[in-house]
Each structure stands twice: as structure tokens, then as C-alpha cells.
Design a binder for this molecule. Structure first.
Ligand SMILES: [Zn+2]
Length: 503
């Protein structure tokens, strides 16, 4: 890790001014929609934010002009002013509370099948490809192929305005956490890396038996990555069905000792959830509760299929839920009743899941999908209004992940997503509809500038992360190599319910 270059803000100060500022912060609680707003950053923190005036502009230029980046200068017709008012809306950078950085290589493959078939149809064969062909692939690229995937995922996130993420580092990827952390450090984003584990009902090649293998891995990577900026390591057992009580207890204990969160996939697919209940004679939540796994530091990804008493227990224990409507609908997994969870006081964030199941990282689309589905389910158009789902991809997940992000206010991390309002679909945008247009009119591709930790990672649509063009080219080649290998691959039936069927 020591040789990875750590990017820094280009100048000490950075200012962005636009038609609208939607701060989503307690600090600006009285100003939900600020017209002609600005944000001034110093290093990796926000220094000032609010309504722009000529006096403020003059002061910023006088006091900070010696080392000031002005966003959008000379990039629009009307942007020759010293601090141009961009036809845009400034938002906090989006916070992704559940995703996977290894799936970018396999987007669009093995579609139209449910979760377990998808895991066995593309996730596991791709990992076997890397195992079997790894040396050749590594030689071809002069680097580990997983690093290419992790770097590509950083580009995916930034292109959709995501500046912080929890990356659930599942299956074979658990062995390559150092490369994931390297990709995050290089890119300039913030990451919580949840390292996976499993000791049953999964590909036998990667079972952590004895359970200490999982906690030893956590110790190893925490030590190795201890100096990595903007990065945390936490336990992330893959699935409830693939982890025994022994390994889950050990990892929860590790999380308690180290004061970290823990994340696990739970009750994602209908058939697998039913199979688990029959096989173990209890629901997944009852199982987790019986081994002391559930508390306010536990985050469940999905929890699509819950009984009413499970939701009560989740609420009682203070457990958090990350809802992934894109992946859940594409894989036909089902959709959870988020409204009931919220009514019972459960904290719920909206996320994308990995690029393999959601096929992109369009977190605005995820927010919209969540709202649409709950309205249809409950026959109620008043549910999950635009501002609420916008908060569920910014300040709610930031709080859940204990990040100093997701809001625009002095002292918060300098993470911003600036959306283009000159796009045809965004016209007309006014004070009255700016928040609504972000959710209902935008298609997610309006992210024109992205600032993460004070660094400009997307500048007038151009990704500025070093090596981005090369990573994209390598990604195309990597998928081609995998597709050429695929006809010779051994069929895998190893995941969850399917493992039982094959016995
Ligand atoms: Zn997932």
C-alpha cells in the first residue's frame, strides 16, 4: 500500500456557484432550496455555504484568490465571470451504502435469471476464470485483473456522483482487499470495505474453515491498510445462508472489539429465504438474533422478504437496512415494504447494489425506483416524496455509515455532485421544482462536476482520475478474454438452495 500515490486537492480553496444549492443539511434546515447558491471548500472540508452575493464573491477572491479553483470557469457561454453562476444544482456527493466493486466486468451477462442462478452463472465462473487464467491475464495486462475491475468501479461511482461507498467485498474478492483499497486511494473517493466470508452453502473453494480464517483476514488487511486515507475495513459476511453461527459470532465479536459496523446480505431472494426457513427452522432474522448478531451497528443489505415480527425485531434492535430496488427488480428477487419499516422506526438507505446485478451505478434511478414501487404497492402517491428519497441516498446513508458526509454545511467533507440544468430533460427547472426534477426528470447522466474530499474528480463531464482511459480499455479486453474462456468453463452449482438441490 505504501507505494500508492495519494491524490490531494489541486488548490487550497475551491468554490462552486450555481443556480441552486440543495444542501440537505441541518445547518441550512430553513433554506431547503437556495437560489444562486455557493460552496467554498478548504482542503477536504466545506468552509462556507449559502446564498451567493457580490460581496461574498469579492471577499472570496480577495482572501482566497491566491490558491482558488473556480468550478466551471470558461466552461459555459456565460461563465467568463470571476465566479460564474452555473446553470446547475449543487448537491452533496451521493453515498452508496451497499455495492460491490468486482462486478463491473460482467455487466449485461447472464441476465433474465434469478439470484442463485446468476451467482452460479456468471459471478462464480468469472472468479474461476480469474483463478484458472489468472497468470495469463496478469501477464497480458502487467497487473492483477481484479485491480482493473476495482478501478473501473471507482469510475462508475464518480460518473454517477457517488463520492462515498460501502463496498461489500464478497466471494473470491475477499482475498484481494489490498487492491480494492489501492483503487480507492488512487481515485480520491471514500470507502468502507466490508470483507466477505462464508463457511457453508457456497463454492467449496472459498469456504473459511476453520472460522479463524475470516477474522485472521480482517486482522491482516486492517493492519496492511491502516495508513490508507479515506478507507475503513469492516467485516462483511456474504450471506446469512452461507455463514454458520460460529463464524458470524466471531466476526460480530471482531466488529465489537474494533468498534466497527458489520454488513451482511439478508433475505434477498424469495426462494432462498423460504429454503432457509425450512432448512434451519427459523427465519434469517431469528437466526441472526439468536446468535447476538443484531444491534445498532449491524446493517442488512436487502431484507426483501420479512415477516411482520422480523420487522419488529429489526426495529427493536436498531438494525439498519439498505434497500436496492434496481437489483431486486432485475433479478426478480421481490421488493420489501419500506414504508412499514420506516413507520416502525427502521433507518433505511437506498442503494444500487453491484454493477453486475444493477448493471450500472445510477443511484438517482435507484431512488426513483424505490419511490415508484412503494407508491404502487400502497396505492398512495404521497409516499416517499423526492426530498425524502434524495436524503436516502445522501444524509441517511452517511449517518448510517458514520461518515462526515451527505450534507452541505461548514465542517462536512467537501463532497459535491453538481447536476447540469442545461440538459433538455431538466428544462424548465425553477426553485419550485428543482428537488422534484432531480428525482423525476433527471436520468442520472446530468452529473457534470464531482468534487470528492476537495478534489475535482469529474470536471465538465470529463473524469479526471489518473489512468481512467486505460482502465476503460483494459476492461473491454478483460471481458473479451472472459467470454472466450466461458465455453470451456466447468458448470458450477454451489450457491445456497441450489447447493442443496445438487446434493
Ligand atoms: Zn449485494
Amino acid at each position: 500500500m505504501s507505494s500508492v500515490p495519494v491524490p490531494q486537492p489541486q488548490t487550497q480553496f475551491l468554490v462552486v456557484r450555481a443556480d441552486f444549492l440543495v444542501a440537505l443539511s441541518d445547518y441550512h434546515a430553513d433554506e431547503e432550496r437556495i437560489v444562486d447558491g455557493y460552496v467554498l471548500c478548504e482542503g477536504d472540508k466545506i468552509k462556507e455555504s449559502g446564498h451567493f452575493t457580490t460581496e461574498i464573491g469579492d471577499r472570496i477572491l480577495k482572501e482566497y484568490g491566491h490558491s482558488l479553483t473556480v468550478i466551471g470557469k470558461n466552461q459555459e457561454e456565460n461563465s467568463s465571470e470571476d465566479i460564474p453562476r452555473l446553470r446547475a444544482v449543487i448537491l452533496p456527493g451521493f453515498v452508496k451504502a451497499h455495492g460491490h466493486d468486482h462486478e463491473s466486468t460482467i455487466i449485461g451477462l447472464c441476465r433474465d435469471v434469478p439470484l442463485t442462478d446468476w451467482l452460479d452463472g456468471v459471478i462464480n465462473p468469472f472468479n474461476h476464470f480469474l483463478l484458472q487464467e489468472g497468470d495469463n491475464v496478469k501477464k497480458h495486462f502487467g497487473k492483477h485483473p481484479n485491480l482493473i475491475a476495482y478501478r473501473k468501479s471507482r469510475l462508475d461511482d464518480v460518473s454517477y456522483g457517488i463520492t462515498s461507498s460501502l463496498t461489500h467485498h464478497c466471494n473470491f474478492n475477499k482475498y484481494y482487499t489490498d487492491l480494492l483499497v489501492q483503487a480507492n486511494v488512487e481515485a480520491g473517493t471514500k470507502m468502507i470495505a466490508a470483507i466477505g466470508s462464508q463457511d457453508r452453502n457456497y463454492d467449496p473453494k472459498i469456504l473459511d474453515i476453520p472460522a479463524e480464517k475470516a477474522t485472521d483476514r480482517l486482522d491482516h488487511f486492517s493492519q496492511e491498510c491502516r495508513d490508507a486515507p479515506r478507507t475503513q475495513i469492516i467485516p462483511g459476511p456474504d450471506q446469512v445462508f452461507s455463514n454458520s453461527a460460529e463464524i458470524l459470532r466471531a466476526e460480530k465479536e471482531w466488529a465489537r472489539e474494533h468498534g466497527t459496523l458489520i454488513q451482511i446480505h439478508s433475505a434477498e431472494e424469495f426462494n432462498t429465504t423460504q429454503w432457509f426457513r425450512e432448512k434451519y427452522q427459523m427465519t434469517e432474522i431469528e437466526y441472526l438474533d439468536s446468535i447476538g448478531f443484531l444491534d445498532e451497528n449491524t446493517i442488512l443489505a436487502h431484507q426483501v422478504h420479512s415477516t411482520p415480527s422480523e420487522i419488529d425485531l429489526i426495529a427493536k434492535r436498531g438494525v439498519k437496512v439498505v434497500h436496492n430496488p434496481l437489483a431486486n427488480t432485475i433479478l426478480g428477487s421481490g421488493m420489501p415494504d419500506i414504508i412499514t419499516m420506516l413507520e416502525k422506526g427502521v433507518q433505511v438507505a437506498i442503494s444500487t447494489d453491484g454493477s453486475g446485478s444493477a448493471d450500472n451505478q445510477n443511484i438517482i434511478a435507484a431512488a426513483r425506483c424505490a419511490s415508484q414501487y412503494q407508491r404502487a404497492l400502497h396505492h398512495n402517491a404521497r409516499l416517499l416524496p423526492a426530498k425524502q428519497v434524495l436524503e436516502m441516498i445522501t444524509r441517511v446513508p452517511a449517518k448510517m455509515l458514520r461518515l462526515n458526509a451527505g450534507q452541505i454545511a461548514p465542517g462536512f467533507d467537501a463532497d459535491l455532485a453538481v447536476l447540469d440544468l442545461t440538459r433538455i430533460n431538466m428544462i424548465p427547472t425553477t426553485k419550485e421544482n428543482v428537488i422534484e426534477n432531480i428525482i423525476w426528470a433527471a436520468d442520472g447522466s446530468e452529473v457534470r462536476w464531482v468534487i470528492a474530499n476537495g478534489m475535482v474528480l469529474r470536471d465538465n463531464y470529463q473524469i479526471t482520475i489518473p489512468g481512467a482511459t486505460q482502465t476503460l480499455q483494459e476492461m473491454i479486453e478483460l471481458q473479451r478474454m472472459y467470454l472466450d474462456y466461458l465455453p470451456t468453463a466447468k458448470k458450477i452449482i454451489a450457491t445456497g438452495r441450489r447447493a442443496t438441490q445438487s446434493e
